[in-house]
Write a protein that binds this ligand. Structure first.
Ligand code: ATP
Ligand code: MG
Length: 256
C-alpha cells in the first residue's frame, strides 16, 4: 500500500482546515480508502468534530515519544476512518520542542512506522507556522491550502508559499502543493470573482475545481460529532466534499 500524506495548512484561522480534514477524510473512507486523520492543533476541533472525547493517548504522546503511533490510533464511528486525537498537552508542545536537537523531525520519526497501513494520512494543522506546523511540513508529501475568497487572502498566501518553499529547500525536498481549495463560498460577487481570478493567475495549476459552499449543515455537523456525509449525505456540503475526494484521488495519482 502506498500511503499519501497530506497536511491542511493556512496560518490564517477559521478558513476551513479542520472542516476539510474531517469531511474529506470521511468521503475518502466512504470510497473504501483506509484513512487516518491527525489532530495537530491544541484547540482539538478535529477531535471533538468526529465525536472523540480526546481521552487516552493522542498526538502529544506520539510526538513526545511516550507511545507508538499505532497505539494512539482510535476508531471513529465511520468505517475505515481513524483518528489520533489532540489533548490538552498539545498546547505546551511547541515550547517543549524548541530546546530539542533536530526538533523539526519529531513528527516524521514518530509516524514512520505507520506508512504501510494506510491509504491516506491527513494532518490538521493549527493556524500558525510554529514548530508543530514545521514538523508537519517536514513529514508530509502534499499540502492542501484551504482559503476563503476574501480581500486579504492573497497576502497570507504569499507568506505561506514562501514558507513552504523554504521547507522544501531545507527539510523536505519532496513536499508538493496538491492544491488550493476555496471554502465557504457564498456566491459570485465582484469581490469573490476577483479573488478567484487573482489567485488563479498566480497559481494557475493549483486551484481545485471543487469549491466548498458556505452551508449551515457543514457548520452544524461537528456539534453532533459527525462528518457531513453521515450527518446529511444529500446536502450540498456532502456533495462538494465527495467531489473533492475524487479530485484529490486524481491529483495524487498524477503527481506520483
Ligand atoms: P482554525 O484556524 O481555528 O483551526 P480552521 O481553519 O480549522 O480554523 P474550521 O474550524 O474548519 O477552520 O472552520 C471555522 C468555522 O467555520 C467553524 O465554525 C466551521 O464549522 C465553520 N465552517 C467551515 N467551513 C464551513 C462551510 N463551508 N460552511 C459553513 N461553515 C463552515
Ligand atoms: Mg482548525
Amino acid at each position: 500500500m502506498s500511503v499519501k500524506k497530506i497536511i491542511f495548512l493556512n496560518q490564517k484561522g477559521g478558513v476551513g482546515k479542520t472542516t476539510t480534514v474531517v469531511n474529506l477524510g470521511s468521503a475518502l473512507a466512504q470510497m473504501g480508502k483506509k484513512v487516518l486523520i491527525l489532530d495537530l492543533d491544541s484547540q482539538g476541533n478535529l477531535t471533538s468534530g468526529i465525536g472523540s472525547d480526546g481521552r487516552g493517548l493522542g498526538m502529544y504522546e506520539v510526538i513526545a515519544g511516550k507511545c507508538s503511533a499505532q497505539d494512539a490510533c482510535q476508531k471513529t464511528l465511520v468505517d475505515n476512518l481513524f483518528i489520533i486525537p489532540s489533548n490538552i498537552h498539545m498546547a505546551g508542545l511547541n515550547i517543549e520542542l524548541v530546546a530539542q536537537y533536530e526538533r523539526e523531525l519529531f513528527l516524521k520519526r514518530a509516524l514512520e512506522s505507520l506508512d504501510d497501513s494506510w491509504d491516506y494520512i491527513l494532518g490538521d494543522c493549527p493556524p500558525s507556522l510554529g514548530l508543530v506546523t514545521v514538523n508537519a511540513m517536514t513529514w508530509a508529501q502534499y499540502v492542501i491550502i484551504p482559503m476563503q475568497c476574501e480581500y486579504y487572502a492573497m497576502e497570507g498566501l504569499n507568506l505561506l508559499m514562501r514558507t513552504i518553499g523554504n521547507i522544501k529547500k531545507s527539510l523536505n525536498p519532496d513536499l508538493k502543493i496538491l492544491g488550493i481549495l476555496f471554502t465557504m463560498f457564498i456566491k459570485r460577487t465582484k469581490l469573490t470573482t476577483e479573488v478567484v481570478d487573482d489567485v488563479s493567475s498566480y497559481f494557475p495549476d493549483l486551484i481545485f475545481s471543487t469549491i466548498i459552499p458556505r452551508s449551515i449543515r457543514l457548520a452544524e455537523a461537528p456539534s453532533h460529532g459527525l462528518p457531513i456525509n453521515i450527518y446529511d449525505g444529500r446536502s450540498n456540503g456532502a456533495k462538494a466534499y465527495g467531489s473533492l475526494a475524487k479530485e484529490v484521488e486524481k491529483r495524487v495519482g498524477k503527481l506520483k
